[in-house]
Design a protein. Structure first.
Ligand SMILES: [Fe+2]
Length: 306
């Protein structure tokens, strides 16, 4: 049976959202906070998991915080366990993870990536520490961690070369991912682990979850985010891709690391409308949880394999 992409999701990873949720795996305790975004993830989970035919076999995540200078890496062992600490917010995120990996699909992505002319590598170090971006997006999408994941690194090309070169790499990686999913016979959800505008405050309130201190960094950042979301909601993903390099420069947008481009390429640049489950700020950065419901809108399609 041919595998299918069930959904693509813009799935931001502020560690604050994990901290605010107080899961037993995270050491710090909080009084809550950032409910709008956390309720958005709740709506996403409902949309992904309530329909029995839609439930995925595997969750793929592309994270900017597993940055690789040479090529595109995938996790290559069936199980990773350890403590992930956010280097900027160690007082908010000290997460004990225990995660299963779909190695078969990882290997197919590495193979198909090579067929696209990309350098790929399979991570087989048992002590490798999974980055907090991947863990946060996966936890917020599926807190039970009962579905295996495939984590993909973000190649450093947009930072070493240019936004455009980085986007080209990610479009190839997206096509390779779609073909690998089709070959796998599995039903996959893709998480682009990116926030949107990324200017942020540099001092923290005494209580990190004090919501009286939380708002977007400034109006210009808000306007950029709204312009991008408008294109998503209108199904203009090709136009969105064309605007991303400028968005990256003007709003320091985290999409620069490539996850959104990878995902939209794997979905073959959908022209149906995406669903915005939530938008909100975290230390001033813009974050949106957006779902492209491929299951409902592109039935029978394997994804973006050309
Ligand atoms: Fe980040």
């Amino acid at each position: 049976m041919t595998g299918k992409i069930i959904a693509g999701v813009l799935a931001p990873h502020p560690p604050h959202l994990v901290y605010a949720s107080n899961p037993e795996q995270n050491e710090p305790r909080s009084e809550g906070g950032w409910e709008t975004l956390r309720w958005g993830y709740e709506r996403l989970r409902k949309s992904l998991f309530e329909h029995p035919d839609k439930k995925p076999d595997v969750i793929l995540v592309h994270s900017p915080h597993w940055m690789t200078v040479l090529g595109h890496h995938v996790l290559g062992l069936p199980h990773f366990k350890g403590l992930s600490v956010d280097p900027i917010f160690p007082h908010l995120f000290r997460f004990n993870y225990d995660i299963k990996v779909d190695v078969d699909l990882s290997l197919l992505i590495a193979e198909e990536g090579k067929n696209e002319g990309l350098i790929t590598k399979v991570m087989t170090n048992p002590d490798f520490r999974i980055d907090y971006g991947a863990i946060t997006s996966c936890y917020l999408t599926n807190p039970d961690f009962d579905i295996p994941i495939v984590a993909i690194s973000s190649n450093n090309s947009p930072y070493y070369f240019s936004n455009e070169v980085g986007q080209q790499q990610m479009e190839k990686l997206g096509r390779a991912t779609a073909r690998a999913i089709a070959r796998s016979g599995k039903r996959a959800v893709l998480l682009a682990s990116n926030s949107m505008s990324h200017r942020h405050f540099t001092t923290e309130p005494e209580i990190p979850e004090d919501m009286s201190a939380e708002h977007i960094y400034h109006h210009g950042q808000y306007l950029w985010d709204m312009e991008m979301l408008k294109m998503m909601r209108e199904g203009k993903s090709r136009q969105l891709i064309d605007c991303l390099p400028e968005f990256m420069d003007m709003a320091l947008a985290e999409v620069k690391a490539g996850a959104l481009t990878w995902m939209l390429s794997a979905l073959d640049f959908p022209s149906y409308k995406a669903e915005v489950h939530a938008y909100g700020s975290v230390i001033g950065t813009g974050n949106a949880i957006v779902e492209w419901d491929h299951f409902t809108n592109a039935k029978g399609l394997a994804g973006g394999g050309k």
